[in-house]
Design a binder for this molecule. Sequence first.
Ligand code: GTP
Ligand code: MG
Length: 346
Amino acid sequence: MKKQEAIVVEEGVIELEKEETQEIQESEPESVKSEDVKSEDVNTIPGVGAATAEKLISSGYDTLLSISVTSPRELVQVAGVTDATARKMIQYAREKLDLGFESGEDVLKKRETIEKIYSGSKALDNLLGGGFETRAITEAYASYGSGKTQIGHALATNCLKQFPDSTVVYIDTESTFRPERIISIAKNIDLDPDDALKRIKVARAFNSDHQVILAEKVEELIKNGLNVKLVVVDSLTAHFRAEFVGRGTLADRQQKINKHLHTLMKLAELYNLAVYVTNQVMSKPDVFFGDPTEAIGGHIVAHASTYRMYLRRGKKGSRVAKLVDSPNLPEGEAIFNITETGIKDV
Ligand code: GTP
Ligand code: MG
């Protein structure tokens, strides 16, 4: 139900065969490019038979893109379908192409349902506007030992405390998930450690393909009744970085990361959950002024993350988070400490 509310933007098209759409999307070949989808034959639209397709094509409606941007009335005229069918067709094409338009009012309503997960440090939460938002991807990028993983543990534990019936999914690509850490953080916030560990679903991702599949599986967990409020992917990019070496494979890598991020964003949007991803940095030997480091994954990750913070070591063992890119918050910095019992204000 939640899913339909989130996707269906027009009244009267609620009954588009969700299952059918889903099936078709899932059976898509791995490397479908958006261009391919745009020019996809109108024959693939559920419920469109050969005769209707013929009429559409002869009237110039030969791609999903052309269908997605037309009006129901127009389709009724050229293809002789009912108004309801025309709407379903348009809706289907828009979903396939990710062209969901919403009114500003709808967006505002959605934003009112956003929840914020605490890190344990008020300063860090405030930097992000009060906490790590649901319906968003928050990315922390930094070099090793900066606290990316520690933040993941703290968020996971706090999330379980804040949402008593919730589940956290932790996709661990570097084998750095530590139950002991969850236990010590939980004890500190009066959360039963056994309960906390039970409600964290940890999955080791052995390679990037596995990681992608695990993210896709989260939807199943939710459909099976788990109230997933947070998905941690630590690290988002390490496998990709290790597996795709050299310029020639860079485009493939970016395309795969892009798809993975899209899966995560969709989860965040549809199920009102928070996504926290970590990212390494690489050094840019050609930069002489400013920070000579850059996040892995480049523009793709930068673009997909709703909030990005850059972490670095501060004075006296503290850590500094800098908000780098945010749709609605000023850039700023927060200082916090990593402690045995989690992330704390200085
Ligand atoms: P990579 O995954 O290697 O890229 O690093 P990361 O950014 O994930 O770093 P991580 O979150 O693992 O932070 C590790 C750092 O946290 C260590 O260098 C310690 O300084 C600090 N740390 C970890 N556990 C504790 C603890 O129990 N007490 C204190 N005071 N610091 C800790
Ligand atoms: Mg780490």
